[in-house]
Design a binder for this molecule. Structure first.
Ligand SMILES: Cc1cc2nc3c(=O)[nH]c(=O)nc-3n(C[C@H](O)[C@H](O)[C@H](O)COP(=O)(O)O)c2cc1C
Length: 556
């Protein structure tokens, strides 16, 4: 109610207003009322907000970290947890629950999100009545199950009675604008003052870069008996001004299929004397550069079987050539149908081993030609085989994959680099960079492989860095040079007192290379060192290191 004096003034004011003025005033007042209503909906900052992420190749993780940082600047505290660290019993307690999750495999969640995913789908009695949630799904539209894991989580949480705060946002490979939209909506719920800042770094965009192969050197001495085939590849970038990378970043490479294999496929659709039309040339290019013709997915096989109307066994590996031979298509016109059902070639990531300030206009990578056996026959990894065979002058296209979480610290900080085998790649980049910038922090490298004489990757450079003082310590482990196997973790243990002194004094620890067993054994050893030398809880110590960004892994 208005006070008597206000009421009088108001009536007087209305009396003196025209019909149009009164209509305008009524609109104005309803605007004010609705803004009051909205402001009541704003959620206080004090509420507990959790952001979880499920990632395979780091995009979801990078996004989650950048979101938490930006939110913090706006006084919004968000608890950030990787889904593989998340305690599932806490789910019932969540009030505001945000999820960033990618899709991998054939529409599956990333391995780090598997337990969470299975848990919410398998628990029949779970009820999440108090939870308000939103899902940001990362994916790639060229896959048949676009953003499926995100869709599944979004649907399932709804089934479990949680309320959807913001609708599901599905992002393609250029996820930045969608992610930004999601984040801005989320922040606006918590922050009345319009928060319009750019949050996602623009350069996450996967721009295609072209380069020419300058060198392809085999780093192992095969003749003297090395079991390994690791290549050092130097690429000259075509337009260096367009390329922006930092030590710790990777390149994504999409391998091409061999012309011979593609021609064999084309032979099913071309007669010997056919004139090769432009259309056929384009189709040849499609199979060479875009279509995945090996290890065909179950999804693709199912579609093929529908096309040829045959029952085909799923319990073995198929490549396209075998499929066409064993279950031919009825006629040549079905080529168009085949093109429609092919999956795209998936990119593979390789750590960059050069430094942008030392190796001007170049990018170096360190690629192990992956070898394995099927039915007694030697086979090679699809992409690593392609890269290993590149020759000087060949053109390669690739993209930069930023890794914001695997970066050098400030120049005065000490670093411990643990990178056996190809795990050395980013550390070569780090050390070149630290040498060139005259960084005052100390550097300790742990490297290992099978044999000193023929598997010591970048031996000359490492020895030079030791001599000129860039490397303060080098610990080498060559597993097969003596009876008993010696690995990098044994070297950590051997130097445990000094190792603990370094980390106690603030050194950053980086682990790169094979996830299993290397990184697991190394981490177990670091735990033991902290427990036995530091006499403290390794879980707590490592958690503190992680919170300070001092414990970083890039493992595969
Ligand atoms: C091996 C592989 C399989 C993938 N499968 C799918 C898929 O089935 N559906 C989809 O939408 N995206 C798929 N993607 C694309 C990823 O979801 C996309 O690159 C995402 O940004 C990765 O995020 P992450 O780094 O957080 O794992 C796949 C990517 C790779 C490398």
């Amino acid at each position: 109610m208005l006070s008597e004096s206000k009421n009088k003034a108001f009536i007087e004011f209305i009396k003196n207003s025209s019909k149009e003025e009164i209509i305008w005033m009524s609109g104005f007042l309803s605007g004010i009322i609705s803004s009051y209503e909205n402001s009541k909906k704003l959620i206080k900052f004090k509420e507990k907000i959790t952001l979880v992420y499920g990632t395979e190749t780091g995009n979801a993780k990078n996004l989650a970290f950048s979101i938490v940082k930006k939110a913090k600047n706006k006084n919004i505290q968000i608890k950030l947890i990787s889904l593989d660290q998340y305690r599932l019993i806490d789910l019932k307690k969540e009030i505001y629950f945000f999820i960033i999750i990618s899709t991998h495999g054939e529409g599956e969640p990333p391995s780090s999100a598997k337990s969470f995913f299975d848990f919410i789908h398998q628990e029949q009695d779970l009820r999440l009545d108090n939870m308000k949630y939103s899902v940001l799904a990362l994916g790639d539209r060229s896959y048949p199950f676009f953003c499926k894991a995100g869709e599944d989580v979004d649907r399932r949480l709804h089934e479990l009675r949680a309320s959807r705060l913001i609708p599901l946002h599905k992002c393609d490979v250029d996820f930045e604008s969608k992610a930004e939209e999601w984040f801005t909506t989320m922040v606006n719920l918590f922050d009345k003052s319009k928060f319009q800042e750019e949050i996602i770094k623009k350069n996450v965009k996967k721009k295609k870069i072209y380069g020419t192969i300058l060198t392809n050197i085999l780093l192992n001495d095969k003749k003297r008996g090395s079991n390994k085939e690791i290549h050092h590849i130097e690429i000259l970038i075509k337009n260096p001004d367009e390329v922006n990378y930092e030590p710790g970043d990777s390149v994504g490479i999409i391998a091409e299929n061999s012309s011979k294999e593609v021609q064999n496929i084309m032979n099913f659709f071309q007669k010997k004397n056919d004139n090769i039309s432009n259309k056929m040339k384009n189709i040849f290019d499609f199979f060479k550069k875009k279509a995945n013709i090996f290890h065909l997915s179950t999804m693709m096989l199912k579609k093929y079987f529908t096309l040829v109307k045959k029952d085909i066994p799923y319990d073995r590996e198929w490549n396209l050539l075998d499929l066409l031979k064993n279950f031919p298509m009825e006629n040549r016109n079905q080529l168009e149908d085949l093109i429609q059902i092919m999956d795209p070639i998936k990119p593979r990531l390789y750590s960059i081993s050069s430094s942008p300030i030392v190796h001007d206009s170049e990018i170096h990578i360190t690629v192990s030609r992956h070898q394995f056996q099927i039915d007694g026959n030697i086979k090679y990894g699809y992409c690593s085989d392609f890269i290993s065979k590149l020759k000087e002058g060949d053109i390669l296209s690739f993209f930069i994959h930023k890794n914001y979480l695997f970066k050098l610290p400030e120049s005065d900080k000490d670093i411990i680099l643990i990178g056996p085998g190809t795990g050395i790649a980013p550390f070569r980049s780090f050390l070149y960079e630290r040498e060139a910038t005259g960084a005052s922090g100390k550097n300790w490298l742990f490297f290992g492989d099978q044999h000193f004489a023929f598997d010591f990757l970048y031996q000359t450079e490492i020895q030079n860095w030791k001599q000129n003082g860039v490397l303060h310590r080098v610990s080498l482990a060559f597993s097969r040079d003596q009876e008993e196997k010696i690995y990098v973790q044994n070297k950590i243990w051997e130097n445990r007192k000094e190792f603990f002194t370094w980390i106690k004094n603030g050194a950053y620890v980086y682990i790169c290379g094979k996830k299993n067993p290397m990184s697991i054994d190394v981490e177990n050893t670091i735990f033991r060192v902290i427990e036995e030398i530091g006499h403290t809880s390794p879980e707590f110590f490592i958690r503190k290191m992680k919170e300070g960004g001092r414990y970083l892994k890039d493992v595969y």
